[in-house]
Ligand binder design. Structure first.
Ligand code: BES
Ligand code: ZN
Length: 623
């Protein structure tokens, strides 16, 4: 492939692919200053010292570079950095000599950071940047020992997606650039360092890692803490802090079965091991698909394995996302929409169609709620992110509209054709970063063009570049949810008392559906009735209590105030915090409370969460 998009492309897709080339033709990533079309980084060798006292990673990154065919012989290497202190740059010349290199740091952009431009003599093969991170590096969270579960050792972890890798490594921070990497990490004695890579034997007291498959920069990850390990199966296990590791091993017991079921449909798991790391509660996400080592929030340790579809999700990224990667953040739905689709298929295999249907119904409801509020430009799958932080565009559209698009294709063509199509797609694009246009070309050639009648039901332009939902998608249905919704209706209408609702056998999902089926506004006395019957304020399940606290805030149900305070100051998962803070600031008293809580909780939040909440509250990003 290569060259400019052909006319049929543009004709067929119009605005969807305008300016976006097919195959491996050059494509600009608006969230990176880098120039991979001129000089491309192929391998990164890190040598870093972890300094908990100063909250700094210091050392070097050696980047192995390759001048691209047709590139100018003296084109410089352009890297992304954000808040890094660059202490010096050396290049390895064609004669294998290490010499200092001229470099310059551009004017910092608040979202993108600053371009680091390094003069690259013709034939130079590698560049070493000596640098240190800032204590407020966006990717890094430094936790003092008292803020961890174990309380004995401090903790450090990274979150590089979407564009935070540049705050701890100077590199070409674009998902369209894939690198292999190796790392030597010096941590304080007695601590364990883990990375999204294979472990090598320690040397001179330093941890060493090696990632032999080319990955995008957002998948480079590091964690350092007091982290014992429990095996789950032959190629899987879990790391967590000492007080958590046993319950984590219980919760994730189905991991091997999950790997096997996804492999059966989409081809072998190509990464070697699959381990999980349970982070402290300030982890800003539910999970993060760092290769070989999924990072997960402790809020999924419900004790009953009811939230393990998150493991299926992060594992599914081993195919959709880590193997076939979105080339730019506008193509993010290729990562997340495909992953939600595969996750639900795995849930169906392991826990049955009813469980998968419940998750689809909850997802579609989230999507419909989001579509009511989002401007039309943010309702499309292939999204325009000009001037925006890609983290702000994460929501149900990429995830649920993306998954629903694939489910619609599955229904139109049947599983017997759609499953092999997806498997061939992963084989075809393995270890590549692709755009929406690349996917569409493949979809046309290998599915749509095979059956004009089935294809007629698919309005591609509507799915990819129009707001809202195109008609004709399959509506997920759950019999158990219908019973729950009926109970909710009868309780609202006063036909049944809370304690007479038969909730004994309800799963986490049924509780969430029940709470979501209630009207947004309810008198506090009615919430008190529910609380008395079901002890909702005291529930340990984070997913249920999050939904409940949202209702409590909206309806000024004050007996839950203390739980709101402790939840907001003890859990840093952005998905929970944002709606709760959002509900609080709807009233003047609530806003005052939100600001006081944020001031108290901020040192505990990851910088990504803290920035998001600060923006929501209209407070400057930095104190
Ligand atoms: N890759 C995402 C997390 C992410 C997305 C981090 C964008 C930063 C920017 C991860 O796979 C994910 O989707 N996590 C979800 C869990 C899930 C089960 C949908 C989350 O964190 O809630
Ligand atoms: Zn995901």
């Amino acid at each position: 492939m290569g060259g400019l998009p052909t006319m049929s492309w543009l004709g067929a897709l119009g605005a969807v692919v305008a300016g976006v080339g097919a195959g491996d033709s050059p494509r600009r990533d608006m969230h990176s200053f880098a120039n991979p079309e001129q000089v491309r980084v192929r391998h990164v060798a890190l040598n870093l010292q972890v300094d908990f006292g100063a909250r700094v990673l210091a050392g070097s990154a050696t980047l192995h570079v390759e001048r691209q065919p047709g590139a100018h012989a003296d084109a410089p290497l352009v890297l992304d950095t954000k808040r890094l202190t660059i202490e010096g740059v050396e290049v390895l010349t064609a004669e294998q000599k290490r010499v200092p290199a001229a470099f310059s740091l551009g004017k910092p952009d608040p979202i993108l950071g600053a371009a680091l431009t390094v003069n690259l003599p013709p034939g130079a093969g590698a560049v070493t940047v000596n640098y240190r991170t800032a204590p407020e590096a966006n990717a890094l969270q430094w936790l003092d020992a008292p803020r961890t579960a174990g309380g004995k050792q401090p903790f450090l972890f990274t979150q590089s997606e979407a564009i935070h890798a540049r705050t701890w490594i100077p590199l070409q921070d674009s998902p369209g650039v894939r690198v292999t990497y190796e790392a030597t990490i010096k941590a304080p004695p007695g601590m364990t360092a883990l990375m999204s890579a294979e472990h090598l034997p320690a040397q001179d007291g330093a941890f060493r890692f090696k990632m032999t498959r080319p990955i995008p920069s957002y998948l480079i990850a590091l964690a350092v803490g007091d982290l014992p390990f429990r095996p789950l199966g032959a190629r899987s296990g879990v790391y967590a802090e000492p007080p958590v590791v046993q319950s984590a091993a219980f919760e994730f017991a189905d991991t091997e079965a999950m790997i096997a079921t996804i492999e059966k449909r989409y081809g072998p798991y190509l990464w070697g091991r699959y381990d999980l790391l349970v982070l402290p509660p300030s982890f800003p996400f539910g999970g993060m698909e760092n290769p070989l080592l999924t990072f997960a929030t402790p809020t999924i340790l419900a004790g009953d394995r009811s939230l393990v579809s998150l493991v299926a999700h992060e594992l599914a990224h081993s195919w959709s996302g880590n193997l076939v990667t979105n080339a730019t953040w506008s193509d993010f739905w290729l990562n997340e929409g495909f992953t939600v689709y595969i996750e639900r298929r795995a849930v169906e295999d392991l826990y049955g169609p009813e469980q998968a249907a419940m998750e689809s119904v909850l997802g579609l409801r989230d999507l419909r709620e989001a579509l009511k509020k989002l401007p039309p430009g943010e309702q499309v799958l292939h999204i325009d992110l000009a001037g925006r932080d890609p983290d702000d565009a994460v929501g149900p559209v990429a995830y649920e509209k993306g998954a629903l698009f694939l489910t619609t294709l599955e229904h139109a063509f049947g599983r017997d054709r759609f499953d092999p199509f997806l498997r061939a797609y992963f084989d075809h694009f393995a270890f590549q970063s692709i755009t929406t246009a690349d996917f569409v070309a493949y979809l046309r050639a290998h599915l749509l063009n095979q059956d004009a009648q089935a294809a007629a039901a698919i309005d591609l332009d509507a799915w990819l570049s129009q707001p809202g939902l195109p008609p004709g998608y399959p509506e997920p249905k759950s019999a158990r949810f219908e019973a729950v919704a009926l109970a909710a209706r009868e309780w609202v209408e006063g036909k049944v008392a809370a304690r007479d609702i038969g909730t004994k056998a309800w799963s986490t999902h049924e509780w969430i559906h029940f709470l979501q089926a209630l009207p947004e506004s309810l008198p506090a006395e009615r919430l008190a009735e529910l609380d008395a019957a079901f002890g909702l304020t005291a529930r340990p399940n984070a997913e249920v209590v999050d939904q409940w606290l949202l209702m409590a805030i909206r309806n000024q149900y004050h007996p839950a105030d203390e739980r709101v305070d402790s939840f907001l100051t003890k859990i840093g998962r952005r998905k929970y915090l944002m709606p709760l803070y959002g509900a609080l600031i709807k009233t003047p008293e609530g806003r005052a409370r939100a600001e006081a809580l944020f001031a108290k909780a901020r040192p505990f939040y990851h910088p990504i969460t803290a920035d998001s909440v600060a923006r929501l509250l209209g407070i400057g990003d930095k104190p």
